[in-house]
Design a binder for this molecule. Structure first.
Ligand code: GLN
Length: 541
């Protein structure tokens, strides 16, 4: 029978519950256990797919096509936990399912209520990832204890332990212990209050993980333990890490978290093996080169909007012993100030996915810059579509070429709506989503990166390369080198007559791992390292 760990958060939002949950998963896996991770989000949207990246960061796509919260990206980067649509639930989905059951008459006329109907539905969701071969299911509860909208989730995790036995459940509460400069001390009161709220609902946390900018002293730990009703060894410090998120598991191990969990849940764990992880951190700390990669998008100022892309760049950087300096460039700034000024000295350019026409001309401009100056370029989804439009206009000579997403009646629709999308009007979960196979052209640069001719990658799009233009593009030097197995959908284009110019319709960033960078990011960063001209070698004018 699977054991369950519930991770809640208190005091403030953005404490890093996702990273902490992922780190716990990673540590348990490194002790030989099989884990599954799951996130419950309190908001009412039915899925994160239609939510603004400004508010929620990137939408993370799984193999099965689920559009999920970006914390699931942490789960996949830290663990090998298989994720699917049972790995992310929102209040909206829970209510939708209960209301559908009510409409079908499944409640036989009963009054449908938060307790028990909504909480039962949540408990069903909690049980979904469990199974005979799974040692631990880790469920992160989004939001902050005390929020009205989190209440049914907290009530459900309380009931869950009654159903499956308290010995099979562990409650971990992540809180903040702020340092007050004026008083010159760490303050434990917010943690006491937060745990107080949890205990009022009937949840006594077993372990407290305290986020803090300064190390907790013995006195602070003792005080927290006493007021929060936990043994002092269960007060675990998680000090801020300014170097890398991949340090988080190491600091949790230092404070004995893995051992505590294994002991409390009586898990059949082996010894901890962190050799690969230590090696990763060592390589990160000791780069041999530094290169600069520009990421040009309309959410440049928002760190979370291209989260997986930044991570994937770092992973490839580690593989090449290169420190990646990411230049976040706003595509609308390019429209005002020009590529020349904003991209001076970059070693590689990446244009990520996106929707809507804001900043499109800026993206097209930077792609032209990279193509003409032989700067390595990786285009992803909308980034590929912009590369195709740029090539159409400036090389093939198709004046006014565009995607029909931005200009329905343009004279040369080189990017157009997928056939299957033509009758779809609903916005939620209706794109071409999830993993699809593709075949690569032998001898192409892309096939060289993958060292394979059959691949599977995750998608999230409505528009595609218009096949009517394939021959014209090839004649002018842009080749289609990856397609769906039937050859009908274009998945990858490249320019053979350029040091490294590859653009893909899918999202390779979702499959990059810290110890196994994605082949395309690996190739891209490899090319950028090769093209890099050290500042010391640039002659002074
Ligand atoms: N807006 C484009 C499409 O729907 C690209 C999508 C994306 O970049 N994820 O096809």
């Amino acid at each position: 029978m699977s054991k369950h760990i519930f991770v809640t958060g208190g005091v403030v939002s953005s404490l890093g519950k996702g990273l902490t949950s992922a780190s716990i998963g990673m540590l348990l896996e490194q002790r030989g256990l099989t884990v599954r991770l799951q996130k419950l989000d309190p908001y009412i949207n039915v899925d994160p797919g239609t939510m603004s990246p400004y508010q929620h960061g990137e939408v993370y796509v799984l193999d099965d096509g689920s559009e999920t919260d970006l914390d699931l990206g942490h789960y996949e980067r830290f663990t090998s936990s298989r994720l699917n649509r049972d790995s992310n639930y929102t209040t909206g989905q829970i209510y939708q399912s209960v209301i559908e059951k009510e409409r079908r008459g499944e409640f036989l006329g009963q009054t449908v209520q938060v307790i028990p109907h909504i909480t039962n539905e949540i408990k069903n969701a909690l049980a979904k990832p469990a199974g005979e071969d799974i040692d631990v299911v880790i469920t992160e509860i989004g939001g902050t204890v005390g929020d009205i909208e989190s209440q049914p989730f907290l009530e459900a995790i309380r009931q869950f332990a009654l159903d499956v036995g308290k010995e099979n459940c562990l409650y971990i509460h992540l809180t903040l212990v702020p340092y007050l400069k004026a008083a010159g001390e760490l303050k434990t009161k917010p943690t006491q209050h937060s745990v107080g709220i949890l205990r009022q609902i009937g949840v006594q946390p077993d372990i407290l993980i305290c986020r803090t900018e300064r190390s907790l002293g013995r006195d602070e730990c003792a005080k927290i333990a006493l007021f929060c009703n936990v043994p002092v060894e269960a007060v675990i410090e998680e000090k801020d890490k300014d170097f890398s998120v991949y340090e988080v598991p190491m600091s949790l191990v230092e404070h004995g978290l893995d051992e505590l969990i294994v002991r409390k849940l009586h898990l059949p764990a082996g010894d901890l093996d962190l050799d690969d992880w230590r090696d990763l951190l060592h390589r990160m700390r000791n780069p041999e080169h530094e290169i600069s990669i520009a990421v040009v998008g309309k959410y440049a100022e928002h760190r979370d909007a291209y989260k997986s892309i930044y991570e994937a760049l770092d992973h490839a950087g580690v593989a090449h012993r290169a420190q990646i300096r990411i230049q976040r460039v706003h595509s609308q700034a390019v429209e005002r100030e020009g590529s020349e000024r904003l991209l001076a000295g970059v070693d590689g350019l990446l244009v990520p996915g996106g929707f809507g026409d804001r900043g499109i001309e800026g993206k097209i401009d930077v792609i032209r810059f990279a193509r003409e100056r032989s700067i390595p370029f990786l285009g992803i989804c909308l980034g590929m579509q912009c590369a195709v439009v740029e090539f159409a206009r400036n090389v093939v000579g198709l004046d006014g070429a565009n995607s029909t997403e931005f200009d329905k009646d343009n004279p040369h629709p080189v990017i157009c709506l997928l056939d299957e999308q033509k009758t779809i009007t609903d916005k939620g979960g209706t794109m071409r989503l999830g993993a699809h196979p593709a075949k690569l052209a032998p001898g192409s640069k892309a096939a060289g990166c993958y060292a394979a001719e059959q691949i599977s990658e995750r998608h999230r799009h409505r528009y595609e390369f218009n096949n009517a233009y394939r021959r014209q593009f090839a004649a002018c030097g842009m080749n289609v080198v990856g397609t769906s197995p039937d050859g009908l959908l274009v998945e990858i284009v490249e320019i053979p007559n350029h040091p490294w110019f590859i653009a893909v319709q899918f999202h390779p960033e979702f499959k990059s791992r810290p110890t196994a960078p994605h082949p395309l990011f690996d190739g891209f960063i490899g090319a950028a390292v090769e093209c890099h001209v050290p500042q010391s070698l640039i002659p002074n004018p």
